[in-house]
Design a protein. Structure first.
Length: 274
């Protein structure tokens, strides 16, 4: 078996084999997943009728309730969503959904920002919108956090202040400045071909995740061998990046066309999979 697919390759979760993408309405598919079986969800729902997807059908509340059931204790749901603007009025669907997740029992661990480096949607009377929310919902306290690091601005050695002693003298000692620190919770990515992905054919889907965004979350909130789930996997970005990072995955997608696209995308990594 190819090395990128982990030890759980033959395992089943309820009706579903691990490391497969299914053409199924996730309202139906999730009912067949066992309780407490998923380590991490990285997903983006269709929102505010912004795009018409093939076979579009979406009942957000039921999906949130099922996610709470299938996610393991300490598991995390990364929910990426923006808001439509209609007649100059922002829908705030993102906030409404986040409040619902909280009401049903999810912990709102963080509200992160996905900043788009390049964005073509200008408004004449407001600043160009260049972000979406990345809500980090957890079932209790997250069981995994592998913080991603960034280089500090100032490095090297410096006289560092130590606490004042009883004599009032503030001693300074030479110490090494930290070379890196944990990243902030605003992440920016280039979007489009060469930004989101180099898989040209993936753009048959109109709203794909940047692969790097998915990778950063997968590395942060899961470990090798964990099960990563995307109930609305579109072009299959979450599945592809999970496999590349030695995580197991399950993808569900309601559109037959997008399911084929997602399978093709993962197949480019792993000819043995499908
Ligand atoms: C925002 S897109 C996800 C894109 C994906 N993150 C990617 O990187 O390609 C939302 C997807 O949800 C799918 N979808 C909508 N309702 C669904 C349902 N009930 N079950 C499964 N998939 C659904 C749509 O067809 C669409 O592909």
């Amino acid at each position: 078996m190819h090395t990128i697919i982990s030890v759980l390759f033959n395992m089943k979760l309820g009706e579903f084999e691990i490391n497969r993408i299914y053409n199924i309405d996730c309202h139906i598919g999730m009912k067949q997943l066992p309780n407490d079986s998923i380590d991490l969800v990285v997903t983006s729902p269709p929102y505010d009728d912004l795009r018409i997807y093939n076979g579009y059908k979406f009942n957000f509340e039921n999906i949130a309730i099922d996610l709470l059931r299938v996610i393991k204790k300490g598991g995390v749901v990364v929910w990426v969503i923006g808001d439509k603007i209609k007649n100059g009025n922002k829908s705030l669907t993102s906030f409404k959904q986040a409040l619902f997740f909280q009401e049903i029992g999810f912990n709102v661990h963080d509200v992160m920002i996905y900043k788009k480096r390049n964005t073509p949607f200008m408004r004449s009377n407001a600043y160009t919108n260049s972000y979406e929310f990345m809500f980090i919902f957890s079932k209790g306290k997250p069981k995994t956090f592998n913080p991603l690091k960034t280089a500090t601005v100032r490095q090297g050695f410096e006289k560092l202040v130590t606490n004042k002693k009883a004599d009032g003298i503030n001693k300074k000692v030479i110490g090494e400045l930290k070379k890196e620190k944990t990243r902030i919770n605003i992440w920016d990515y280039a979007v489009g071909l060469g930004g989101s992905t180099n898989d040209k054919f993936a753009f048959e889907h109109t709203a794909i995740f940047p692969e790097k965004l998915v990778q950063d979350h997968i590395l942060s909130w899961s470990n090798e061998g964990d099960i990563v789930f995307d109930p609305m996997c579109g072009s299959g970005t979450t599945c592809k990046i999970a496999a590349l990072n030695k995580r197991n995955f399950i993808g569900m997608e309601i559109s037959k066309e997008y399911t084929e696209l997602a399978k093709k995308r993962v197949k480019t990594l792993e000819n043995l999979l499908f």
